[in-house]
Design a protein around this ligand. Structure first.
Ligand code: AMP
Ligand code: MG
Length: 328
């Protein structure tokens, strides 16, 4: 679904904040195109397994709703819907789209999931291709949320052109928010590879989470303690494609229609999963020069890992330092 630096759960305590004895139960599964890890601290192993089964069910239903890899998903249905004819979103998707529209506006268009045609022209989800100028111009013209009319009251979306929604930058975050809504105050952690959310009365010191090296996503670069909310990373140069010596980033700048030029990674914390997901993509598009001042001015917790020569330079927002303490 999306290519990002992997965040690895490296350790966690098995004692819940309440002090009650608890057992750590984990499950590793493959979903949303990634290796996922689910964990919960529960009074008994059976209770833990039941919690993880609920979470897994929520994630599978979210994938069925959102995945553009599945012909039968709601989003695939929207992308095929006749131009000019309103498409009805169910209440859950209606709320999802409401958030998508808000983050699109809040990021000045740096987050814009209605770029399916642009990504297809560059074959971003395949082997990569440099499109002919006329193909590129046509794909750009068929991209952007402005081509989708969203009626919040009626919960309808109307395609104003041959536009397609790509869920790569918000689907995992949305799925994690749905897990949060389903699990309530039970202690849980879900790592979707690139984005981790935790909830409930978890380990008092938090879950230890690794932020990957910007060039080698399987190599932890630094660790933070995540007590609540969601941590999302955008980057992952390994997933970028090089065609005829030209690097095609898997993240595009919707404001220009060209691949984003930043080649490091950015990790964002937000209480909500969809927000963290959308923000990490938007901050990647902006790059550190534009993105760090923007994050500071909005009070967002973000850290850029910027490869420079053989080393990595960090650019860290105040809100990130306040939440996670000094990094390096
Ligand atoms: P993420 O890993 O969350 O940053 O999401 C990246 C994925 O979102 C890409 O692989 C594309 O599928 C899609 N995408 C690329 N650029 C954008 C963008 N500017 N806004 C929204 N979605 C994007
Ligand atoms: Mg994202």
């Amino acid at each position: 679904m999306k290519a990002v630096a992997v965040l690895l759960l490296t350790s966690c305590a098995a004692a819940a904040a309440s002090g009650a004895a608890s057992t750590l139960v984990t499950r590793d599964v493959y979903l949303m195109g990634t290796r996922a890890r689910l964990a919960t601290a529960a009074p008994t192993r059976d209770q833990g397994l039941a919690t993880l089964a609920t979470a897994l069910d929520v994630l599978e239903r979210a994938e069925q709703d959102l995945s553009t890899w599945r012909e039968s998903s709601a989003i695939s249905g929207l992308n095929r819907h006749p131009v000019g004819v309103p498409w009805h979103a169910g209440p859950t998707l209606c709320r999802t789209f409401d958030e998508v529209w808000r983050w699109h506006a809040a990021t000045g268009g740096a987050f814009d999931p209605a770029i399916g045609r642009l990504l297809a022209a560059w074959d971003v989800h395949g082997d990569g291709a440099i499109p002919a100028p006329d193909v590129r111009v046509r794909a750009s013209a068929a991209s952007g949320l402005a081509l989708l009319a969203f009626d919040r009251t009626a919960c309808t979306l109307t395609r104003r052109g041959d536009v397609a929604v790509d869920v790569g930058a918000f689907g995992k975050g949305e799925a994690l928010d749905r897990v949060e809504a389903a699990l309530g105050n039970v202690s849980w952690m879900v790592d979707l590879g690139g984005q981790i959310s935790v909830g409930g009365a978890g380990p008092a010191e938090g879950w230890t989470v690794a932020i990957a090296h910007p060039r080698r996503r399987d190599q932890p670069y630094l660790h933070v303690q995540l007590r609540d909310g969601s941590l999302a990373t955008s980057g992952g140069s390994e997933r970028d494609i090089t065609v005829d010596g030209v690097r095609i980033a898997h993240i595009f700048d919707p404001r220009t229609g060209w691949p984003a030029s930043f080649d490091g990674s950015v990790t964002v914390w937000h209480r909500r999963g969809l927000a963290a997901d959308a923000l990490s993509t938007a901050l990647f598009v902006m790059g550190p020069e534009e993105g760090l001042p923007w994050a500071e001015s909005h009070g967002f917790a973000a850290i850029y890992l910027i490869p420079e020569g053989g080393t990595v330079r960090l650019a860290v927002s105040r809100a990130f330092r306040e939440r996670f303490g000094a990094v390096q």
